[in-house]
Design a protein around this ligand. Structure first.
Ligand SMILES: [Ca+2]
Ligand SMILES: [Ca+2]
Length: 188
């Protein structure tokens, strides 16, 4: 149940006649962190009326709060991969309390070029929280890459670009190392 007191009301004294179905209110001073509702009362010729309330809106001056980006598709974060044809990233924790997150934007950078988006340019990916990307050119062995994400809110503010801590491309099997220790040394 929504209670609206006279204190909170901005009263429009204008009598709006059909077929008018929209009205602009100007000169109001909105405050942040406050939800505003609009209320319309419709009267019939007998004086009976109904009242409808909007679902509200808030002033949004702030960009979304940044979250965390990780390598792979599920917990835990990957440190290395042997896959040179696929990049996986997932993220969580981005939020926007005023208007909400409209979509995420994603790019991939070389490990030593954070924010450059040199492997995949920054582009919208919807409201997903994980992604697989297949680069045209296979990733180089020994290099590192990082997935990078920013959130955009409904009115268009963007968060800062957040990078994963990176994943190393490792296409070689571990090399077997001969032990120089003998049994006696191990027992000591
Ligand atoms: Ca916002
Ligand atoms: Ca990682």
């Amino acid at each position: 149940m929504l209670y609206i007191t006279g204190h909170d009301l901005h009263e429009v004294t204008k009598n709006l006649q059909p077929p008018l179905t929209s009205y602009n209110i100007t000169g109001l001073r909105y405050e942040e962190n406050t939800k505003y509702y609009t209320i319309v009362q419709a009267f019939n010729l007998a004086g009976l009326h109904t009242t409808e309330v909007s679902d509200g809106f808030m002033l949004d001056l702030e960009p979304p709060s940044p979250g965390i980006v990780m390598d792979g598709l599920v917990l835990l974060d990957k440190h290395a991969t042997s896959d040179t044809n696929r990049v996986q990233s997932f993220w969580h924790g981005f939020s926007d309390t005023e208007s909400g997150i409209k979509n995420y934007e994603y790019c991939i950078s070389s490990g030593d070029l954070p924010g450059e988006c040199d492997i995949k340019p920054l582009s919208p990916v919807g409201i997903v929280t994980d992604i697989e990307f297949y680069p045209d050119i296979p990733l180089k062995h020994g290099g590192a890459i990082q997935g990078e994400v920013r959130a955009r809110d409904v009115v268009g503010h963007v968060s800062k670009l957040v990078s994963s801590n990176g994943v190393i491309i490792d296409t070689t099997a571990p090399v077997r190392v001969k032990s120089a220790l003998n049994v006696n040394q191990i027992l000591i």
